[in-house]
Design a protein around this ligand. Structure first.
Ligand code: FPP
Length: 241
């Protein structure tokens, strides 16, 4: 596919949707859909790097996903451990830096340990930054930022009038203290659903949203490039003319 290398988005964010339907369509357990989804995710990390994208964020587990069955939740976290243990060496070789968006202190202990090792071992990498949104919620993130600013104001370190949009951004998970990622120019959602589902609500203010009808486990390099080409065909105006 012909992509304009000079107009690649710097940050792509993806809502990986449709693992359950993929599994249902094949008559296999939902977890097999997530496993296939993990492989698709790996493919897209590698391809983002090849395309010269600087930041990739995936929505792996939302603050609402805890409502799923215990087996499904623990299965997803096991997959996360499988992913980091199996692919850590390759991520390091490819100079990928991994960051987490979300409060992962409450995830199962073994997953937390594996993740922390990954964060440490990739910390100084300078290639693609791969952000995994984990126990992430957009409203929760904005609330946390507001709480921190309110604390600074209550302590007399800033006055409420001084609070700017940049300061709110800074205390988000994508802000300078954590991932330090710019707002995504492109958000992709798979499986034909047209919703943000509490994903990057603040950061999505000017994002182009591209919907792919493909179920996430079937999402591949070709469909990814088609989504980027659709993004490149759009005329971004940011409210101007
Ligand atoms: C949405 O599909 C997918 C998720 C909630 C989980 C995403 C998980 C993966 C891609 C597995 C790999 C994850 C990690 C953390 C390595 P769905 O189950 O909502 O699909 P449905 O809408 O068709 O039921």
């Amino acid at each position: 596919m012909k992509l304009d290398r000079d107009r690649m988005p710097e940050h792509v964010a993806i809502i990986m949707d449709g693992n359950g339907r993929w599994a249902k369509g094949r008559g296999v357990p939902r977890l097999m859909g997530h496993r296939a989804g993990m492989e698709a995710m790996k493919k897209i990390v590698d391809h983002s790097d090849k395309l010269g994208i600087r930041h990739l964020t995936v929505y792996a587990f939302s603050t609402e996903n805890w409502k799923r069955s215990v087996e499904e939740v623990s299965g997803i976290f096991k997959l996360l451990v499988t992913f980091v243990n199996r692919d850590l060496r390759e991520l390091i070789e490819n100079n990928v830096k991994v960051r987490i968006l979300g409060d992962y202190s409450t995830i199962p202990e073994d997953s937390k340990k594996a993740l922390e090792k990954t964060l440490r071992d990739t910390e100084n990498n300078t290639g693609l930054q791969f952000n995994i949104a984990l126990n992430y919620g957009g409203r929760d993130e904005i609330t946390r930022s507001v709480r921190k600013l309110a604390r600074l104001a209550a302590d007399g370190e800033i006055s409420p009038e001084e609070i700017t949009e940049d300061m709110v951004s800074d205390y988000l998970w994508t802000g300078s203290a954590n991932a330090d990622s710019p707002d995504p120019e492109l958000i992709i959602r798979t499986s034909g659903e047209i919703r943000l589902s509490n994903f990057l609500l603040w950061q999505a203010a000017y994002s182009e949203i591209v919907i792919s009808d493909v179920l996430w486990p079937d999402f591949d390099e070709k469909e990814y490039e088609r989504c980027i080409a659709e993004y490149q065909s759009r005329d971004r105006r940011f409210g101007g003319r």
